[in-house]
Design a protein around this ligand. Structure first.
Ligand SMILES: NC(=O)c1ccc[n+]([C@@H]2O[C@H](COP(=O)([O-])OP(=O)(O)OC[C@H]3O[C@@H](n4cnc5c(N)ncnc54)[C@H](O)[C@@H]3O)[C@@H](O)[C@H]2O)c1
Length: 310
């Protein structure tokens, strides 16, 4: 049993019938958590599939001596989100962890994208994460304990050609997590984001890789971070991580020290052009952890400007 205190914690992993979600579910179960393995089945683009892989992962967990239950509700509706959380509470009596991992892909360049695809991608990744997390969050607030993990993507944090719908939905998830980290703090509900890099059916064309290095991008190289963030051992919240091929890093949103005018009158367009390099200069970057933090920093900078000049 893991020393990270996942024992008897009840975890929901969405989209856990294959790929990364399966690896997260197995790792959580190995750590002693009981797991709701949620997956609708279906193809990468989310169109209907006739079989569901969720039960197969439940069977795997049970064969290894763990406890799990399958859920085939879709995250993409309010009712689906509620049903997924109800499965956890009705089967195991509580809910401690949600890993929002379910995802689909419908890549197209922005000029060519179809609004139905855009909506479908947002429904699963962004709305779906909220639909599952909201009923769970209420239970977590009430019990004074919870761990939320959102799966985002470097396609949003750093951008990627052809992924306007996907990248914007994934970055929306980061905003959702940041707010829930603030709203959940008092009740012991922690919220973090992981941007994985792994070879799955979703990425096999991009990460085909060197056959000699076939396992380097396996989903199992991401799962330990997700399990850590799901555990009692984790005290971090409001963070975004990158994880892939055994490498783990923090992804930050920073505020450069920037440039400010006198504040007596609005800066001119010429002022901006003149100081654009200073505005962009990344050599001194702060990492506010709320909008209020940023306002306080702004106040301090204005005060410094008044005292010492620009
Ligand atoms: N593989 C990568 O390198 C990578 C990179 C960044 C982000 N991600 C994200 O990681 C997550 C897992 O992706 P993956 O690479 O394992 O691909 P995957 O296609 O194997 O996994 C996605 C799973 O989500 C399920 N799913 C889709 N719609 C659902 C819905 N409405 N309700 C419930 N389940 C649903 C699918 O059936 C599938 O099993 C996704 O959110 C993906 O966007 C993956």
């Amino acid at each position: 049993m893991s020393a990270l205190s996942l024992a008897n914690r009840v975890a929901v992993v969405t989209g856990a019938g294959g790929g990364l979600g399966r690896a997260y579910a197995l790792e959580l179960a190995r750590g002693g958590a009981v797991v709701v393995v949620n997956d609708t089945g279906g193809s990468v683009d989310g169109t209907a599939g006739s079989t569901t892989p969720a039960q197969a992962v439940v069977d795997e967990i049970e064969a290894a001596g763990g406890r799990a239950v399958a859920s085939t509700d879709s995250v993409a509706t309010v009712e689906g989100g509620e049903a997924i959380v109800a499965t956890a509470v009705e089967t195991f009596g509580r809910i401690d962890v949600v890993v929002n991992n379910a995802g689909i892909l419908r890549d197209k360049s922005f000029a060519k994208l179809d609004w139905d695809d855009f909506r479908a991608v947002h429904d699963v990744h962004l709305r779906g994460a909220a639909y599952v997390s909201r009923p769970a969050f209420r239970h977590m607030q009430e019990q004074g304990y919870g761990r939320l993990v959102f799966i985002a993507s470097n396609a949003g944090t750093f951008g990627n050609f052809g992924q306007a719908a996907y990248g914007s939905a994934k970055t929306g998830v980061i905003g959702l997590s940041n707010v829930l980290a603030i709203e959940g703090a008092r009740a012991g509900v922690l919220s973090n984001v992981v941007c994985p890099i792994a070879r799955t059916r979703m990425t096999e064309a991009i990460l085909a890789g060197d056959p000699e290095d076939a396992d380097a991008f396996g989903a199992e190289h991401v799962a330990p971070l997700v399990a850590y963030l799901s555990s009692e051992a984790c005290h971090e919240t409001h963070m975004v991580f990158s994880a892939g091929a055994g490498h783990f890093a923090r992804v930050t949103t920073g505020l450069t020290s920037g440039w400010g005018g006198s504040g007596d009158k609005p800066a001119t367009v010429e002022d901006i052009a003149l100081h654009i390099e200073q505005i962009l200069d990344p050599s001194d970057v702060a990492h506010p952890l709320s909008a209020a933090d940023e306002l306080q920093l702004l106040g301090e900078r204005r005060e410094a400007l008044r005292t010492h000049g620009g």
